[in-house]
Design a protein around this ligand. Structure first.
Ligand code: GAL
Length: 662
């Protein structure tokens, strides 16, 4: 793994650049991302001003640094908005999202798209063959600040076109969406409106169609840039920086056109802003959740055939969460090791130097705003020295026996009409499932529904809500293997058609060919209302949020007090028709993993291990030191004679240890 930084030469005097480049080199940085917000400096008054960028790239090159060049399309300059006032997106209240920050554009505005193609062409022609340029980043964080979906007139026109392409006739659309309900039928595609501003909720089919359309708009916007870059800059990686805890468009779809999926990792910001779990928020305030980074590393590794980077990594307090704590000393280094262990090719820090002006002046960097080193610079230097000592050759190898099947459209379906009630989040449930596997010491891949599944021993289907015949056929084929995988289907699997209707055969739709279960009722519950399922041997499982009533010829493992069955199994396929609480979920997954002949080891809440090739990397996110000899015994190839390549046998808070197994 190499390390990088996000650098803004346009923020600093040109005389400073060489000093910065030399400093980067000194602490072991190899990659520098530049340019992604620089449009107002690249083009003004109808003229291009590229010399400064050429100079900046040359300075970095002279210091043997590799450049990741960003396209500046996330920040259209003021003159662009004057030229196309209608390029701005409209929010759900149909308010204009105005100039004065960033991402102020609608993906469906054709004039803006043409301008983007033009500036990307100029950049790609100028720098596409520059020896320093090794990769391109398209735009910046599609969807950030709720910008995936726009309700502008351009979006509406494009949506009508998409509907006509997709459904061919208006009758077909009316039928697919069930528009006879409440007399919502249309006579022509030109009558179709936006799924906002209605008196009460709009048709879920309409909402889902608009979500799919919006994902397609982002994919096409991105692909337009990718095609230009590929023409003028052959042999360079094209990538985009996705976000954390973010599912507002189909990332698998957009990733098809990229070489590398990268993501922006702000562990403390994400926990403080997004977690609903107050005790986790307090416990991991300065470390981030032990599985927060890992979840996204595993998710984005599944987007571009295993190739992924961290494009932006938190170096200290950020500026945008409700509270912005300082990480514990050591965490910046630990997060680097976590990325390494999950197979990152590059770990790049946001940002090189704190900006003393504008929106992000309280966001730390590797350097203070006066140019002196901040704490993170020392930790990055240490990480680089340690990585260099390992001297690993070749691409990272992460292999996992467990797959979580992750569907962006499935999450959209569950978010539109939440089957688990107001406090349920489909994304959070998936993260809990992943975290439970990690606590059991398992490596996990998070994969798209169309990914190959035959290499996995345990397949967890947590949010593939769509009734998907091809997916069902693939699982049936997996079952024909000599060594059958264990498959677990969680509530809601196969419960809606592509157009958001209940399948004729009832949920889980075509998955009934794997296991005889039929969902005849689904209930949601307030989060404090726990339901206990009990087996005849007295063992129990506590469930919350969501439960399904099943009819089946199979005998359930447990029963709830009111007689509803819980957990059905047939032929190594499990249908888990309620959401177990974390502790019981860990027990359940432990049983499934054991059935799948996997070795499990409960690491407790704070310690995590990731296996990368022959390397074993252990992390301590807790507040107490841990004796590895006591905690691990002889698990994970650890033993009294194990020689640690990095770290100590007493693993302190915010520290890591690394060893190799034969
Ligand atoms: C990211 C973004 C960066 C910067 C950073 C601050 O979302 O891509 O440009 O704003 O957050 O943490």
């Amino acid at each position: 793994m190499k390390t990088g930084v996000c650098y803004y030469p346009e923020h600093w005097p040109a005389e400073r650049w060489a000093q910065d480049a030399a400093h980067m080199k000194r602490i072991g940085i190899s990659h520098v991302r530049i340019g992604e917000f620089a449009w107002s400096r690249l083009e003004a008054n109808g003229q291009y001003h590229m010399q400064w960028l050429t100079d900046a790239i040359d300075v970095l090159h002279a210091h043997e640094l590799k450049v990741v060049l960003g396209t500046p399309t996330a920040t259209p300059p003021r003159w662009m908005v004057d030229k196309y006032p209608d390029m701005l997106a409209l929010d759900e209240q149909l308010q204009v999202r105005d100039f004065g920050s960033r991402r102020h554009y609608c993906f469906s505005h054709e004039g803006y798209l043409e301008e983007c193609k033009r500036i990307v062409t100029v950049l790609a022609e100028n720098y596409g063959q520059h020896p320093a340029v090794v990769a391109w980043q398209t735009d910046n964080e599609y969807g950030c600040h709720s910008t995936s979906i726009s309700y502008s007139s351009h979006a509406l026109d494009a949506f009508r076109g998409w509907c006509s392409e997709t459904y061919k006739t208006i009758d077909a659309l009316n039928t697919a969406w069930g528009n006879v309900f409440w007399s919502m039928e249309y006579d022509s595609f030109t009558q179709i409106g936006l799924p906002v501003g209605t008196v009460t909720e709009s048709n879920p089919s309409h909402q889902l169609a608009y979500w799919r359309f919006s994902s397609r708009q982002i994919q096409q916007f991105n692909k337009a840039q990718v095609d230009i870059i590929r023409t003028h800059s052959p042999g360079r990686d094209v990538l985009h920086n996705f976000m954390g805890n973010f599912v507002e468009f189909d990332h698998h779809l957009v990733s098809r056109d990229l070489d590398v999926a990268t993501w922006d990792n702000y562990p403390l910001g994400f926990l403080t802003r997004d977690s609903q779990n107050e005790s986790d928020k307090a416990r991991y305030l300065r470390t981030g959740h032990p599985d927060g980074s890992a979840f996204h590393h595993d998710l984005y590794r599944g987007c571009c055939n295993g190739r992924w980077w961290v494009m932006e990594q938190q170096p200290g307090p950020v500026n945008w969460a409700p509270y912005n704590p300082s990480p514990l000393p050591g965490m910046v280094r630990l997060w680097g090791w976590e990325a390494f262990a999950h197979g990152a090719e590059v770990m790049s820090y946001f940002r090189w130097r704190q900006a003393p002006f504008a929106q992000e002046q309280t966001h730390t960097g590797l350097l203070l705003s006066n140019g002196e080193e901040d704490v993170a610079a020392g930790e990055v230097a240490q990480l680089n020295r340690e990585l260099e000592q390992l001297a690993i050759d070749g691409p990272p190898i992460v292999s996992s026996d467990v797959a979580i099947v992750f569907s962006y459209s499935g999450i959209a379906i569950q978010d539109i009409q939440s089957p688990g009630g107001a406090a349920f989040s489909a994304l959070t449930f998936c993260q809990t499932l992943h975290s439970a596997c990690r606590q059991l010491g398992l490596n996990v891949d998070i994969v798209a529904p169309d990914a190959a599944l035959d290499q996995y021993r345990l397949i967890l289907v947590c949010n593939h809500t769509e009734d998907d015949e091809q997916f069902t056929q693939k699982l049936l084929r997996c079952q024909e293997q000599t060594l059958k995988p264990v498959i677990a289907l969680f509530p809601g699997s196969g419960s809606r058609s592509h157009d958001y209707a209940i399948p004729a055969a009832l949920p889980p739709g075509t998955l009934q060919s794997l296991i005889d279960v039929k969902v005849v009722r689904s209930e949601s519950l307030p989060p404090e209302h726990l339901l206990v399922a009990k087996a005849s041997d007295g063992s129990v499982c506590q469930c919350k949020h969501w439960r399904e009533q099943i009819t089946s010829t199979l005998t359930p493992h447990k029963h709830f007090a009111d007689g509803w069955g819980f957990h059905y199994t047939y032929n190594a396929v499990h249908y888990i028709n309620a959401l177990p609480e974390r502790a019981d979920l860990i027990d359940l997954l432990g049983q499934l993993a054991t059935d799948a002949q996997l070795t499990i080891f409960n690491l407790g809440p704070d310690v995590r291990i990731q296996q990368m090739g022959n390397y074993r990397v252990v992390f301590n996110y807790g507040s107490e030191s841990v004796s590895l000899d006591k905690h691990l015994g002889d698990a994970f190839g650890f033993s009294p004679s194990t020689h640690l390549l990095v770290g100590e046998r007493t693993l302190n808070t915010a520290d890591v240890a690394v060893w190799v197994v034969a």
